[in-house]
Design a protein around this ligand. Structure first.
Ligand SMILES: Cc1cc2nc3c(=O)[nH]c(=O)nc-3n(C[C@H](O)[C@H](O)[C@H](O)COP(=O)(O)OP(=O)(O)OC[C@H]3O[C@@H](n4cnc5c(N)ncnc54)[C@H](O)[C@@H]3O)c2cc1C
Length: 352
């Protein structure tokens, strides 16, 4: 576990707090809470971010499970603070800073493509060499993959700024960064498998389909959830973008766990193979039937066996509807349900 603190001098501390509260509510469905000593905070699993208003500005505190996760939080804080008070964002300084200005981010890695192939309908598998993989395996299952927007250019990677957040190249050197999940690992070979949806014209998706052996790309992480909380009966769901997450998370369930998995994939997708070893019952919804069909299957399955933990990841609209359903209809509270948007139709880069 790592802890750090920072102070931003600003006359707009209240506005900064309100801006964080509304961002957390709108984008993450998280309520800012007020503690006994006038501190404001959000807490989820091992994470806690704290805000304390003073007469001179605002004090931030972060608790995260590791340094990699910490960098993502510091970047979010600098970004949202800059929206209200850009000068204060530049002046942030964190205690125990692990990097110096100008360094590559401590959680940054350069990966090299070993091969890329169509895994199943709609999914491209990129196998990549990840030096030092075993040292970071425990830190999470997601990577923020990045490439130059103009693929013909030599990449210029983000560099740490004094305020503890990465500074991203701009202009011709702008990077395209998106989250993907490490679907599988081969620790001996130091290789990861990234399963990327073959969709439309997204740069990451197109790049994955064209990637040749020897091509290099950047990634920050890994970070993010790496196990489901303990429960007796699970109700899990995913579209293709989140199937790799399920493939990593289901094997972490206790042996006694029972439950159901609703997957939104094409009829010919061999989901039982992909989620090998799952003792949960798998329910397939054909992708083309859309949001309504996924919701309907969740409602049907939950009526048969009520879960005590529910999770979904996939398209924004479905994630929103299911979050309401988990909370209001299934009565699952904080910590017993999570519904996350991995992408949003018509919104490039949503969630990155
Ligand atoms: C924690 C996390 C883990 C993720 N893991 C994975 C993963 O393992 N594999 C994976 O494929 N994705 C994963 N995603 C989703 C991925 O980040 C997005 O799909 C991302 O938008 C893809 O980037 P892009 O450059 O291809 O397209 P973008 O430039 O972001 O978008 C271009 C257009 O494509 C549309 N689009 C984006 N994704 C899809 C899709 N899946 N189907 C149809 N249209 C789409 C957008 O709405 C937009 O209109 C994950 C997201 C998160 C937050």
């Amino acid at each position: 576990m790592v802890n750090t603190e920072s102070f931003a001098p600003t006359t707009l501390a209240k506005e900064v707090l309100n801006s964080f509260a509304s961002h957390l509510k709108k984008d993450h469905d998280m309520e800012m809470q007020r503690g006994p000593n006038d501190e404001y905070f959000i807490e989820h699993a091992a994470f806690r971010v704290e805000f304390r208003l003073t007469s001179e500005g605002i004090r931030f505190g972060i608790r995260a499970p590791n340094e990699s996760a910490l960098i993502f939080f510091k970047e979010e804080i600098a970004e949202h603070l800059a929206e209200v008070d850009p000068a204060a964002a530049r002046e942030l300084r964190w205690s125990g800073e692990a990097s110096s200005a100008g360094d590559l981010p401590p959680n940054f890695h350069i990966l090299t493509v070993a091969k890329s192939e169509v895994l199943h309908t709609g999914l491209q598998r990129v196998i990549a060499h990840f030096p030092g993989l075993s040292n970071v395996l425990e830190e999470g299952i997601h990577l923020r993959v990045m490439l130059p927007k103009d693929l013909s250019r030599t990449p210029q990677w983000p560099r740490m700024a004094e305020n503890g957040a990465p500074e991203w190249p701009t202009g011709d050197d702008t990077l395209h960064a998106r989250f993907v999940t490490i679907a599988d690992v081969d620790v001996d070979k130091e290789e990861v498998a990234l399963d990327i949806v073959r969709h439309g014209d997204g740069l990451i998706s197109q790049w994955a389909q064209m990637a040749r052996s020897g091509a290099q790309f950047g990634a920050m992480g890994p970070a993010g959830m790496s196990a489901f909380p303990a429960a007796e009966h699970y109700l899990l769901g995913a579209d293709l973008t989140a199937l790799p997450s399920l493939a990593r998370l289901i094997p972490t369930l206790p042996d006694t766990a029972t439950g159901d998995v609703v997957v939104d994939v094409s009829d010919d997708f061999p989901v039982e193979n992909y989620l090998q070893g799952s003792r949960l019952s798998i329910h397939r919804v054909n992708q083309v039937k859309g949001n309504e069909a996924v919701l309907h299957e969740f409602f049907r399955v939950a009526e048969l066996r009520k879960p005590d933990f529910a999770w979904f990841a996939g398209e924004f609209d479905t994630a929103q509807d299911l979050r309401n359903y988990f909370k209001k209809k299934l009565g699952l509270g904080k910590g017993n349900q999570l519904s996350v948007a991995y992408w949003r139709r018509g919104h490039p880069g949503f969630g990155s």
